[in-house]
Structure formats: C-alpha cells, structure tokens
Design a protein around this ligand. Sequence first.
Ligand code: PLP
Length: 501
Amino acid sequence: MKDAPLYLRPRVDPPLASLLGNAPFLHSLVDALGSPLNVLLPEVVAANAERFQSVYRRHHLAGRVYFAHKANRSSSLVRRLAACDPAAVGIDVASLAELRHALGCGFTGDRVMATGPKDREFLWLAARVGATVNVDSLGELEQLAGLIREYGLRRTDVLVRLSGFEADAGTGGAGTRVLSRRSRFGTPVAEADELWAALERHADSVDLVGLAYHLDTTGLDEKSRALEHCVLLMDECRARGLAPRVVDIGGGFGVGYVEHADDWERWTTALSEAVLGTRSPLTWRGHGYGLRNEAGTVRGSAALYPAHRPTAGPDYLDELLSRPAPALGRPPATLLLEHLHDLYVEPGRALVDQCGLSLARVLEVRPLGDGPDRYLVRVGMNAGDVSLEEHGVLVDPVLLPRGGPAHETADDGPVGVHIVGNLCLEADLITRRLVFLSRLPRVGDLLAFVNTAGYAMDFHAHHAQRQPTARTVAVTEEGGTWHWCPDEDYWPLTHPQGVPS
Ligand SMILES: *Cc1c(COP(=O)(O)O)cnc(C)c1O
C-alpha cells in the first residue's frame, strides 16, 4: 500500500520566500558557482537584531544584542551587523580567528564579547582592543589578570559565566532540589566565593561588569531560575564592594523551522509507529532518532530539535522576561528594571533565522527496490554541507525544477525520496528520513534547504574526498530584482546602481 505523504514543510518568510520564488536566479547562481552553494540575506540579520531590540524597548530595558558568531562563518552577516546601531548590537566571538574577523568587519573592540575556551593570544587581543571578556573559570580569570599586568594593558571589563544553578526536581517531593544539567563551561555557583575573592584581588586589572550564563535548553523555567539567581548573586557582589550591572543570559532562543504544528505532530507520531513496526519504515534502515522498540513499547527519547516552535527567537525572549520567575514570583523584566541592570543576550541560531539557504544540484535519481514510489536522490553536496541532521533539525527541502513549472508532466505526484550525498560513504545521508517531495526530481533540478544560516551551512563543512565546499554569496533585493556578490566582497554600502559592493 502506498503511504500517505508526510511533510515537514519549512517556514519561509519574506524576503526569503521571494528569493525562493525566483528559481531561474538560483539556477543561474549554481550554474556559475557550483553545487553546493550557500546564499545569505544580510538585510534579514539586521531586521532580526531590530526585533530583539524591540523586545528590550517593550520592557524598558537597556543593553546589547550580541550575535554569537559561531553560528555562521560568513563575512556579509557580520559586516551588516557591524553597520547596526553600536549601542544596540555587538558580537560574541568564541575564538581568536572570530575576534580578528569581527574587528576586520568593522566591529570596534568595545562592541565585542569574548566567550568560549580561550588561549593566551585570544585573551591578549581581547584585552588589547578593549573587548569584554566573558570569563569561564577562576583559572582563566587569573591568566587574564596576569596578562594585563605583564603587558601593561588597560583594565578590562569582565563578565563571569556561571553554571550549576539550582532547578526544581520536577514532580519530586516538596523542597527537592537538583542542579541544572551539568556543563563543561562556566564556574559552578557553589564555587562563586572564590571568584569574588579573585575579582577583588585583581581589581586593578579587571572590572566585574556583570554575571552571565548560557544554558543549552529550551526550558523557560530553567532559564528564568538562572536569571533571578544572577540578580540575587549581584546583590551579594554589591555587598562586597563589587559593582556588576549587567545580566548576560546567553543564547538559545531557538528557531521554528517547520511551519505547521500538524506536520510535526503527524510526523513524530508516525516515527513512533514506524519504530513499533505498525507502519512502514520512515527512515533509512529503520533509524529511530533515539527511539527503540522494547517488547512492543517505544523507549528512549527522540534526539530531535523541536522543529515546530510556537514561540521562538525574540518572542521567546519576550516570554522569558514576562512570566513570573519561579523563586521570587516576579517577571525577570521587573527584577532587572528595579535593580537598574542592563540585559545582554547572545543569540546565534535565532539571529540568523531566515537569513540563508543551501542549494544542491540533483545528480542522480534511482528507484529503490523496497517499496513503491521510493527513490534515492543523490545531490552535489554531502552531509557536512547541510548539517541539519547533525543538529536533529528535520525540515523538508524545496524542489526547484530546472525547467520551471511548465516542465511538469501529468503523472507527477508526491513521492518519497532518500537524499544522499556525494561521498563514497554509506553514512553520507543528507536526511536519514524519507522526504516527501511534490514530485520526483529530475537530474539538473535544485533542492533548496531553507533557513540553514544557523549552524547548518558551514559549521560541519569539510574537505573529505576533495569534494568542493560550498561557495557563499550574499544577495540583496532592490526594487524586485535580486543582486548577488561573493560573501567576502559584500560591504553594507549602497552603490549608485543599488547593487551591493
Ligand atoms: C553557542 C553559544 C551561543 C548561541 O547559542 P544559540 O543557541 O545559537 O542561540 C551563545 N552564547 C554562548 C556562550 C554560546 O556558546
């Protein structure tokens, strides 16, 4: 029996929708520049930053939105953000190379925050240019203070990253408390006293401007608990003569990739049924995305990004700031306002929402023996070039026929395909699941993976088998016409012709 198609249709907002509607333009780019190809829309990243700032304004809060650079390597997005209001937009860099890149794209040191694991060179350059250092540990603080003294550098602003906040143990007995999930980053709150003492000892070299956390969770409760805990700890700091005035709540605001909640519900339900064997397999070799069948019961938890999200990005920040926090019972926005604290956020994925797509040329279409209407579709890219699966993000690509709609024939209809990559490797699957397309692709068609600017387009790209890595272009729309240039040649300037430089 033929399975009803199960779609995970992508959320595509304008202007990305208008770009996607221009298949001849996208085909001409891939014809000229090869497959795979990454396409970025720098104007969208600026609009996203503005949406975050509008949440600040709604809550009367001051502070910067720092783009977590690690989400995307490109220059055009960073340069476009450098051109935004310096008081509103900064950048979070997590390596020496990202710091050098940000400075070269036009960010001045005072708009930069250095996070992540740091070596001496990274710490030196950050301090040298007047960046804020988001200190990960006591050892790193000692090393930074030592460098500042040894090389006669200016007193440096620091935030300290904390971890190990208390969280409720769910339905456990009254008063049961556990630590929030363990992280290899940050200083556990339980060891904060040693940090405060070190900050006092090194007061001539470092100035504590605030407390920070970054929690890898979608849980609002866990985040608001950490936020109010930071506010309380800042009172403690003040009592000791330190003067922190910023709470940096990190990133993790999320992106909604799938447009319709029903698509998501239907697909995840079908996955459980497929794992139980009550419907035909949905995935290559019955891969369960972490679910397994134990004597007729589904066990395990699906290692999937919640691809349909009713609240994500700036809306998630709004909700976090608005709902009463668990311990003090007041909204975090009110707590921050009353204490006159500034708010910093470090969105990566959410700031590049709708900022790009990854294109792949269809190279081969081959029927699969194991079921009617199932095919292997091989494309000119590999799993490293569009690492949606790597991040557990399931969303359908969009088929862009070579010849346009006129090329379609009467027998076209939905078809299930496994999309495989260009490596000589069984595991090189662009999607492990069966993807339903509106019709069977033909050699020469394009598949567009939309919304890949956050972690999916270059984070895992590699040179295996000397396959080409994607070129990246920046595109802008001017009066209904799309223009492009190589990512590295983009500057946020309007030329007399209205073409990006
Ligand atoms: C990765 C990271 C971010 C960005 O996280 P997103 O989930 O992309 O928003 C922000 N801050 C720190 C410290 C990070 O490591």
